[in-house]
Design a protein around this ligand. Structure first.
Ligand SMILES: Cc1cc2nc3c(=O)[nH]c(=O)nc-3n(C[C@H](O)[C@H](O)[C@H](O)COP(=O)(O)O)c2cc1C
Length: 410
């Protein structure tokens, strides 16, 4: 993932200091930054901060102060344009949006913008009235029509004391968007991928529930990986602590019944269905409407099985004959491959991703995983320990390969 280079253009807005956090967030994703500051930006934050964070010279002017510098810098904007993969401007001021939209080039950043022929990501930040002004809106629309990505400012309380849209999106979100723009591929263009993730919660009474240790990390990694490869992604998620990835449609559910209804209602529009959620097997038979009191010395809960969502999907996919691919997960603590094979047949899946959740440091709450892919074509593929995000890409690679194998036969 490493090796990308970004120009981070900093405009003269009150959020200029947040660009420092952006440089760090990019570096954590393996994206190296060269920072360019407008003259106004330097009124808000000093170049030294960015020099220290990026480890590189900060560009502050189009013209140097000596003839030699002028000569060197007269072509620097061209060199910088060629050496970088993405231009990110954060905060993008109303002024910069206007200049970029109209092709004005009176400082380094606006000159660089014209010379830059790769991906441009703009993160506007300004007072709400300035953002909503028809001139700014027209500039943003013109830039989007040109292929630049203009993020929506967030709504909230602004530095000027007013409330409304205009806040700079979180630096982590800007870095995530930049990473997506750099890394995205197109081998899932035209696909709709439904991913289920996280645990379900089955109520015991109005304040208590039965659940499990699933963190949702594997499902969220799958949703992000599919979106970054061009798919339209529907993420049906139980309650988790994770931020949803950008560019996915999030459907929040709580119980197994809600998850079933959400999945089955969206099934017809999906080409690949990946069921990574840890759905409860049982729910409480008769949930009382009032909180249970601590009076009994022993309390028994009567449990009924929850709907078998994977099996229902398998049956429906087989009936509908739309060439959809169904991928299930088997989180086991013993006989992992044998259990995966059993599940593959019983639920009519095309692939089962088996993982041993009893393995040290792996499984539910970990950022890493180690899985075995068992396919309907008879393959057993060991995927060695890697980040859940890397495992997600491997699962999608194998899904595409498997679909080709299964459907080119028939
Ligand atoms: C205290 C202060 C805060 C400002 N904050 C913003 C802002 O958040 N967004 C914006 O578009 N302009 C803001 N401006 C106005 C810009 O600084 C001004 O338009 C400037 O010319 C922008 O220059 P640049 O686009 O070259 O960076 C602010 C001005 C001042 C004095």
């Amino acid at each position: 993932m490493a090796g990308w280079r970004a120009v981070v253009g900093v405009g003269g807005g009150i959020a200029a200091y947040k660009a420092a956090e952006l440089v760090r967030a990019l570096s954590q994703r393996g994206i190296q930054s060269t920072v360019v500051m407008t003259a106004a930006a330097q009124e808000f934050i000093r170049p030294l901060t960015f020099a220290a964070l990026s480890g590189r010279k900060v560009i502050t002017t189009l013209f140097g102060s000596t003839p030699d510098e002028v000569l060197a810098s007269s072509v620097e904007h061209i060199a910088v344009a060629r050496e970088h993969d993405i231009l990110i401007v954060a905060p993008a001021t109303a002024d910069l949006l206007g200049k970029f939209a109209n092709g004005l080039a009176d400082d380094f950043l606006s000159t660089l913008y014209l010379a830059f022929d790769r991906q441009v990501l703009l993160a506007p930040s300004m007072n709400t009235a300035m953002w909503l002004h028809p001139a700014t809106q027209a500039n943003a629309a013109a830039l989007r029509a040109r292929g630049n990505v203009v993020m929506e400012p967030e709504a909230g309380e602004l530095a000027c004391g007013e409330t409304g849209p205009g806040r700079l999106p979180e630096p982590g979100r800007i870095a995530e968007e930049a990473h997506y723009l750099l890394a995205r591929r197109h081998d899932l263009d035209g696909e709709t991928v439904l991913v289920t993730a996280g645990p379900t919660r089955e109520p015991i009474d109005p304040v208590r529930f039965l659940s499990n240790r699933s963190s949702g990390k594997m499902g969220y990694a799958l949703a992000e990986a599919a979106a970054w490869r061009g798919a339209r992604v529907i993420l049906v998620s139980g309650p988790v602590e994770l931020e949803p990835p950008l560019h996915v449609e999030l459907v929040r559910v709580e119980t197994a019944r809600e998850m079933r209804d959400a999945v089955l209602s969206r099934l017809p529009e999906c080409s690949i269905v990946i069921k990574s959620a840890a759905v409860a097997d049982y729910h409480v038979a008769n949930v009382p409407t009032q909180k249970l009191k601590k009076t009994a010395t022993r309390l028994s809960l009567e449990l009924d099985p929850t709907p078998d969502i994977l099996a229902e999907c398998g049956a429906e996919i087989e009936r509908a004959q739309r060439g959809q691919l169904l991928i299930g997960f088997a989180a086991e603590t013993e006989n992992v491959v044998a259990e995966a094979r059993r599940k593959l047949k019983a639920k009519r899946c095309h692939m089962v991703v088996a993982n041993n959740v009893a393995a040290e440091g792996l499984g539910f709450e970990s950022d890493e995983n180690e899985v075995t892919l068992v396919t309907q074509a008879g393959d057993v593929i060991e995927v060695p320990r890697a980040s859940k995000r890397e495992i997600a890409d491997r699962i999608l690679d194998e899904a595409l390969r498997l679909r080709l194998a299964l459907y080119s036969r028939s």
